[in-house]
Write a protein that binds this ligand. Structure first.
Ligand code: NAD
Ligand code: IPM
Ligand code: MN
Length: 351
């Protein structure tokens, strides 16, 4: 039987609850489609940090390297500073495995309502292609004149030609399989070194894709457009920080953070890719059993697609749509009273 080795890191807060449901649904899909998923669970988390002083062991990255894919819950919890937990786990994994594409598709699913009135599924479908390995997420910089009246901090961004070009090229290739439109989000009117450099590379790559409509947008105006006129948007390519912000905004207009999946992709497949929801550990609802597991289940279907189990991915997506459309089992964020476990089970049973 086809068998895939999957590493799972449930992590913190609701990451744990939604990952249990995603595993349940994937196991049901695997049984139906004649393959097996062999799960190995890793305890990398804030809880582990509190007990041992490290989010993961010293060979934590090496332990994951041989897996076919990684399914991650969420990382970060009150009590451990976010820069410690995220730079101790999530960000090093994305970089070590050269997962330089963070693919974040959103779509208004049937049965789901948007904060934007009278929109249908066809009008609200976008994908954020977020640069995931450099840019504004950098350790360069520091604090100067600490405690003095002239105290200041510097944070340097790093944009490499290779890094910018490959993410832009990826977005054009993706656009060819979709609407043939790419919008690049920058702030070249305000950020004078990095963003004009990005624009310059965008223009060079765009010239090679005459069949794709290329558009350069200022991110501030794009944010407004995503709320007021999202219908003309499809593939949006952005830097690490801008892509991060736009992906939560895109999630919000298509049903909320409980609905938005994400794949940290290593396109060359020299390392495992890692799948997770866009959302975080949601400390405000952690332990209540009411988190919406759909985002994590859709992230798991992105993983199935990546593994080549396209039919199984399609069945899970259809099961999600069926359950949402019926609307009988819905978590509070979707206007219902169901628990995380009940919604996960309903999706597994709808398969
Ligand atoms: P968050 O995404 O965890 O939560 C934002 C809001 O959305 C909260 O009100 C939360 O209850 C709600 N929400 C999120 N997911 C939901 C779901 N599945 N169902 C229902 N409601 C949901 O963002 P935050 O509060 O800014 O961050 C909390 C922690 O998570 C922080 O430590 C942050 O650094 C971390 N974080 C981690 C990741 C990751 O691991 N990739 C992503 C984002 C944030
Ligand atoms: C995400 C998260 C992370 C990011 C944080 C928690 C470091 O917001 O995955 O979207 O910005 O990449
Ligand atoms: Mn984010």
């Amino acid at each position: 039987m086809r068998t895939y080795e999957i590493a799972t890191i449930p992590g913190d807060g609701i990451g744990v609850d939604v990952t249990v449901e995603a595993r349940k649904v994937l196991d049901a899909a695997a049984a139906q489609h004649g393959f097996a998923l062999r799960w190995t669970e890793f305890d990398y988390s804030c809880e582990r940090y509190s007990a041992t002083g490290a989010m993961m062991p010293e060979d934590g990255v090496a332990k994951l390297a041989g897996f076919d894919s990684i399914l991650l819950g969420a990382v970060g919890f009150p009590g451990v500073p976010d820069h410690v937990s995220l730079w101790g786990l999530l960000i090093p994994l994305r970089r070590a495995f050269s997962q330089y594409v963070n693919l974040r598709p959103v779509r208004l699913l049937p049965g789901t309502t948007s904060v934007l009135a009278n929109r249908t599924a066809d009008e609200l479908e976008m994908v954020i292609v977020r640069e995931n390995s450099e840019g504004e997420y950098s350790t360069l910089g520091g604090r100067h004149n600490a405690g003095q009246p002239g105290e200041f901090v510097l944070q340097e961004s790093v944009f490499t030609r290779v890094g910018v070009e490959r993410i832009i090229r990826y977005s054009f290739e993706l656009a060819r399989t979709r609407s043939k439109r790419v919008c690049s989000a920058t702030k070249s009117n305000g950020i004078i070194h990095t963003m004009p450099f990005w624009d310059e590379i965008f223009e060079l790559v765009a010239a090679e894709y005459a069949d794709v409509a290329a558009e350069q947008c200022h991110i501030d105006a794009l944010a407004a457009r995503m709320v007021q006129h999202p219908d003309r948007l499809d593939v949006i390519v952005a830097s690490n920080l801008f892509g991060d912000i736009l992906s939560d905004l895109a999630a919000a207009v298509t049903g909320g953070l409980g609905m938005a999946p994400s794949g940290n992709i290593n396109p060359e497949r020299t390392h495992p890719s890692m799948f997770e929801a866009v959302h975080g550990s949601a400390p405000d609802i952690a332990g209540k059993g009411i988190a919406n597991p759909v985002a994590q289940i859709l992230a798991a279907t992105m993983m199935l697609d990546h593994l080549g189990e396209v039919e199984a991915a399609r069945s899970v997506n259809a099961a999600v749509e069926k359950v949402l459309e019926e609307g009988r089992v819905a978590t509070p964020d979707l206007g219902g009273k169901a628990t995380t476990e009940q919604l996960g089970t309903a999706i597994a049973e709808a398969l």
